[in-house]
Design a protein around this ligand. Structure first.
Ligand code: SAM
Length: 216
């Protein structure tokens, strides 16, 4: 049987990811491997490789494939890192990170999404991801420090606890700005400060929590 999703995945990587300038071979390879269609609701599986974010329930989304690839590339993973993700959502970004790093700790505030993501990781025999249900803006002090941190929801600024929990020289990638429009930020920890590089405009769902936005 021809795997139609494998073909769609290759098309996605060629036309949306390589075409737009993603060059890290490890990122390209893993985007071709992880079955994105298994991370979206069954009734929209055929849309999984489209060039856009998709709804996953509870008012939340799985990010556009290119944005997942870009954020992953910006993290500069070599394979031995301990990574913290805020905003598990569907679990797709965590599954991508798990292939490229040593371990992934991912936090989701919506419990059913966290449980659903855990089931996906089990189904795909991904063993180096740990899922937490709590306010991700406070990080995971008991697991710190982290080599890399990725926030996959829009934040007014990088939450202070996350800066504290990032290793010296570590990288944090996050959409930073207004509640409904942000810039992708790549920041490197230098002492107590972050060296900041703002990249492209993006639009993520808000990060809700103590150091994020208030629930509306
Ligand atoms: N990384 C996800 C994926 O691969 O599907 C997409 C994440 S979605 C754009 C943002 C997620 O952040 C939502 O699932 C939302 O519930 C979650 N979120 C928002 N505020 C949060 C917080 N304070 N702590 C943890 N998760 C949060």
């Amino acid at each position: 049987m021809i795997d139609k999703y494998k073909k769609l995945r290759e098309w996605m990587v060629d036309t949306q990811i390589v075409e737009r300038g993603i060059r890290d071979e490890r990122v390209i390879k893993v985007m071709k491997k992880i079955p994105r269609h298994l991370f979206v609701p069954e009734n929209i599986m055929d849309d999984a490789y489209d060039d856009r974010a998709l709804p996953i329930g509870y008012g939340q989304t799985i990010s556009q494939p290119y944005i997942v690839a870009l954020m992953t590339e910006l993290l500069e993973l070599k394979g031995d890192e301990k990574v913290l993700e805020i905003g598990t959502g569907s679990g797709y970004q965590a599954a991508i990170l798990a292939e490229l790093a040593k371990e992934v700790h991912t936090i989701e505030r919506v419990e059913p999404l966290a449980k659903e993501a855990e089931k996906k990781f089990e189904k795909l025999s991904i063993k180096n991801i740990k899922v937490y249900v709590r306010d991700g803006t406070e990080g995971i002090p008991e697991e710190a420090p982290f080599d890399r941190i990725i926030i996959t929801a829009a934040t007014p600024d990088i939450p202070e606890p996350l800066i504290e929990q990032l290793k010296e020289g570590g990288i944090i990638v996050a959409p930073v700005g207004e509640r409904y429009s942000q810039y992708m930020l790549k920041a490197i920890k230098k002492g107590k400060e972050l060296e900041r590089h703002y990249l492209i405009p993006v639009a993520f769902v808000p990060l809700i929590g103590k150091y994020g936005w208030k629930e509306e």
